[in-house]
Ligand binder design. Structure first.
Ligand code: ZN
Length: 438
């Protein structure tokens, strides 16, 4: 995009700080797969990007699933015999098992223990637990706090409701020159957890902010959906137009200090897979590329066999591979502005590849064209200065036989895509290349 439009906004370290600020603002909200916390989160994003909030009624069938009842919660606590809150939802939204049914009872510590979840191996962390599809209730707390609870009677209260309502999801569509689309999706259903999932929300938002003012070939669709049920709901409501999605990325865990991990789409060699691998490989940074597996985030739904969309998953440390995962230690300190900025820069570079990837035909294929007389070759031989742009031109001329795209040429030459792209633009401007008709 930057070669064709403005759009430098949101880049660099400043972008990392701004994304981190957004994460910190959204952190306290108790999100779930439905309810006001989710809605509040989506409304907050409307201050950044033109996001439409869709509301889908409880009970709506989406393929083999049903949109559940809407869950809302205002307060929850466990009080000891003296009336002190020993567990207080007001202090952390993680304290209540997500989707807990309302309850107000008195019970002994032994009875209460059956409803408490802790992490004995990480005694200072609160675990994150949910029970979406089986009605129950419970609390989560640090194991250290559990050990401090004296015997006696406790008052237990969860002021929640599970009623027919709506599932909310956010959609930001940015039209480009073509109706062909790039899908960027993230999940928005986790409460006070930062890498999983606020980092994905922040990155998707800032990518949308970046794409917004740029002139672009593709249309972009950014989805902010509750995990699984949200992507299924979106797919079921848009089934007749999924053929427009030419490339896609699911974003999750993009803010920790680890290297980037990319999980390929089910197709394995889709253009998005090749673009991400190209950017990671030529970045020189440590990274890992994984083949598709049918678990993880919403790529599971986009890549189910009935859709098989070209959608991969971009992460840093994948879910389950950092101890802070799904615990209170996945807090604002765990996500780093620098890592967010790096994730942003790499995703932006990937989108740039997708935007600019084209296949050309060399208009002077018999021998090399004389670049010097066109001002495209350095005048003094022998020095290595400025050699890379020239090598890029030679690669582009040699491989532009109609069968190799600029991405192919970057892969084969090991020269960064943007250098190859600039070479192609220079050659095209001198009439030496013509774009192959699609
Ligand atoms: Zn998660």
């Amino acid at each position: 995009m930057s070669a064709r439009g403005p759009a430098k906004q949101g880049a660099g370290a400043l972008g990392g700080e701004a994304m981190h600020r957004l994460i910190t603002e959204l952190y306290p909200i108790c999100r779930s797969i439905t309810g006001n916390g989710l809605r509040q989160t989506l409304r907050h994003l409307q201050a950044h990007i033109p996001l439409i909030i869709h509301e889908v009624p409880s009970g709506t069938r989406v393929f083999d699933w049903t949109v559940p009842k809407e869950w809302n919660i205002t307060d929850a606590y466990v009080k000891d015999a003296r009336g002190h809150r020993v567990i207080d939802f007001g202090k952390s939204s993680l304290h209540v098992v997500g989707y807990s049914a309302p309850v107000h009872v008195r019970m002994t510590l032994a009875e209460l223990r059956q409803r408490l979840h802790t992490l004995p191996d990480r005694p200072d962390w609160i675990p994150y637990r949910t029970s979406y599809y089986e009605e129950t209730w419970g609390f989560c707390l640090s194991h250290a706090d559990l050990l401090r609870l004296p015997d006696g009677e406790y008052e237990v209260r969860i002021d929640s409701s599970l009623r027919d309502g709506y599932l909310s999801y956010g959609e930001c569509y940015l039209a480009g020159e073509s109706e062909d689309e790039i899908l960027i999706s993230c999940h928005v259903c986790h409460p006070s957890l930062c890498n999983d999932n606020l980092s994905g929300i922040a990155l998707a938002t800032f990518l949308a902010k970046h794409v917004g003012p740029a002139r672009r070939r593709y249309s972009y669709r950014f989805l902010f959906v509750p995990g699984t049920i949200g992507s299924l709901t979106w797919l079921s409501r848009n089934e007749d137009r999924l053929d427009r999605i030419k490339h896609g990325l699911v974003l999750a865990n993009v803010g920790d200090a680890g290297p980037v991990t990319y999980k390929r789409s089910r197709r394995g060699d889709a253009e998005i897979d090749r673009a991400v691998v190209n950017i990671l490989r030529l970045s020189g940074d440590a990274h890992e590329v994984q083949d598709f597996v049918p678990w993880g985030y919403d790529e599971r739904q986009y890549c189910s066999p009935g859709f098989d969309l070209p959608v991969g998953c971009f992460s840093r440390t994948p879910h389950g591979r950092f101890p802070e995962y799904h615990t209170s230690a996945d807090d604002p300190d765990f996500v780093k502005p620098q890592a967010l900025a790096d994730s942003f820069a790499k995703c932006r570079a990937v989108l740039q590849v997708i935007e600019q990837n084209r296949t050309f035909l060399n208009q002077n294929p018999k021998g090399e064209p004389q670049l010097g007389k066109r001002g495209l070759y350095r005048k003094t031989g022998g020095s290595d200065d400025g050699r890379l742009p020239e090598l890029a031109m030679l690669w582009v001329l040699n491989l532009s036989d109609g069968a190799h795209s600029l991405l192919d040429i970057s892969d084969r030459s090991g020269i960064a895509f943007e250098v190859i792209d600039r070479a192609a633009q220079a050659l095209q401007a001198h009439g030496l290349l013509k774009e192959r008709a699609q």
